[in-house]
Design a protein around this ligand. Sequence first.
Ligand code: NAP
Length: 249
Amino acid sequence: MTTTVAVVTGGSRGIGEAIVRRLTRLGHAVLFTYTSDESGTDHVLAHAADTGANVLALRCDITGTDAPQRIFDAADELGELTVLVNNAGITGPIGPLRTATDDTLSRVIDVNLTATLRLCREVVTRWESRPPREDRSIVNVSSIAARTGAPGEYVWYAATKAGVEALTVGLAREVAGQGIRVNAVSPGTTTTTIHARAGRPDRAAQVGARTPLGRAGAPDDIAAAVEWLTTSDAGYVTGSILDVTGGIR
Ligand SMILES: NC(=O)c1ccc[n+]([C@@H]2O[C@H](COP(=O)([O-])OP(=O)(O)OC[C@H]3O[C@@H](n4cnc5c(N)ncnc54)[C@H](OP(=O)(O)O)[C@@H]3O)[C@@H](O)[C@H]2O)c1
């Protein structure tokens, strides 16, 4: 039987690492990207080796002009590409909009939105040129910030995630006729190092305490929803944004 392949952007730690583990357990070979996190990547690859999972790490900034080509050429070498998870994302330093530099605004838009659009375009183009299958799907990782707008924290990040949700809904309808499903998971605050990178290491604990379920999300809470959306159990689900927020709306 042909090996199926899943691509996960940003798989070296956090939510992406948990997604990589779950998709390998489904039997996929998984290719993930990262830009500089060598120690996280080593950790993910060591776990894969221990469990006999087929995982390839590609050091590749998803904003690069040739990134979609590089990523999917490498994935095609592993087998039959059936899943794309657009997970890589950044916030920039926490603060009100007036404190954000032009570099922060353009970098966050490039990573979170433009790269996601370009990766979606490339994978859909490849799939449309191949014989049809019923197991092709894209899952985009959005954020509750798309709805709250993240005032005082990172409204620019929220804006990119609102864009990701709009592209999810539109692309889902555009490619449904080809049997390709497109969905998004919208996590609430989740315990990863993204908050320390934004300058607020204690943010997940603080938000978790005022979340209806009484805690921040764990990366695997989010990965479980992503996994489900890629499976045939979600075969009638497309254009959906699935909240995984512990009850925050
Ligand atoms: N954690 C939360 O509270 C939360 C809540 C809602 C939504 N989300 C979303 O969930 C997703 C994952 O977040 P996380 O918290 O797991 O973040 P994280 O712990 O900071 O991990 C981000 C991953 O993406 C990679 N990455 C970043 N920029 C990249 C680029 N340009 N090209 C390729 N890889 C890149 C990072 O590796 P390198 O550092 O090596 O590039 C890393 O593997 C993001 O889309 C985020 O917006 C997170």
